[in-house]
Design a protein around this ligand. Structure first.
Ligand code: SF4
Length: 229
């Protein structure tokens, strides 16, 4: 019987394992549809506690009516609500995106700022949302985006023993070079959706099972209820 890799060995091999995951999921990308940094920022705010699929169904009509920060800042939350009413917490999100557009005009000349500090001052924008925008729109993330998939899989792969999103992010930033931070999130999310699911991980068809300390017993490791984005 082949000896199982230890968590320490798995952590040391993390970058190599990641390269293999890149090869397994070469198409990994942000699935929120957008045509500009502004659209990506709004779509990411809307994606809190819901799926990208649900957001992608609502945003074409939203962006057709309000394609820029200028246009959205002139709307009222009540006017926006019907366009996003299929998304969870749409009333609060309507308020957030109208206020966000207003602040983009007042503070940033209608443009999406390129710094995490400035982004997190906007309503509905936390560190994770800010890093999605910085990574996807500008190729300059200031951290690793840790959602429920990234959390679970980095734990299962033995890359971290941390249990909270913020401490997992710090651990991943320390472990992996900055150039791959953005791609790491998208790749682990794709791996989580396709192979390493929370409830039914398919270790028998996983391309990195030989370097995963949780292979064959994954449901016991890193299982997190709910979504963090
Ligand atoms: S071997 Fe199993 S637990 Fe490990 S990454 Fe693959 S699917 Fe997930």
């Amino acid at each position: 019987m082949t000896k199982r890799i230890t968590a320490k060995e798995a952590k040391n091999a993390a970058f190599e394992t990641l390269q293999r995951l890149f090869a397994i999921h070469p198409d990994a990308h942000c699935e929120l549809e957008h045509k500009s940094p502004f659209e990506l920022l709004v779509a990411t705010v809307l994606s809190a506690q819901t799926t990208d699929v649900a957001v992608n169904k609502a945003t074409p009509a939203l962006f057709a009516k309000y394609p820029t920060a200028e246009a959205l800042a002139k709307a009222t939350p009540l006017e926006v609500e019907p366009l996003i009413s299929t998304i969870g917490m749409y009333r609060q999100k309507s308020k957030n995106i109208v206020k966000l557009a207003d602040l983009l005009i007042k503070r940033h000349k209608g443009q999406v700022p390129k710094s995490l500090d400035k982004l997190v001052e906007l309503p509905g924008v936390g560190r994770k949302t800010a890093n999605v925008v910085l990574g996807v729109a500008f190729g300059a993330p200031e951290g690793v985006v840790v959602d429920t998939h990234v959390m679970r899989i980095s734990q299962r792969l033995g890359w971290t023993k941390e249990a909270e999103a913020t401490t997992i992010e710090l651990a991943l930033c320390k472990l992996l070079p900055r150039e791959v931070w953005d791609r790491t999130s998208h790749t682990l999310i794709f791996h989580g959706r396709r192979i390493c699911g929370a409830v039914k991980p398919q270790c028998d068809r996983c391309g990195v099972s030989d370097v995963c300390p949780s292979a064959g017993r994954a449901v016991e490791v890193g299982r997190k209820p709910g979504r963090t984005r």
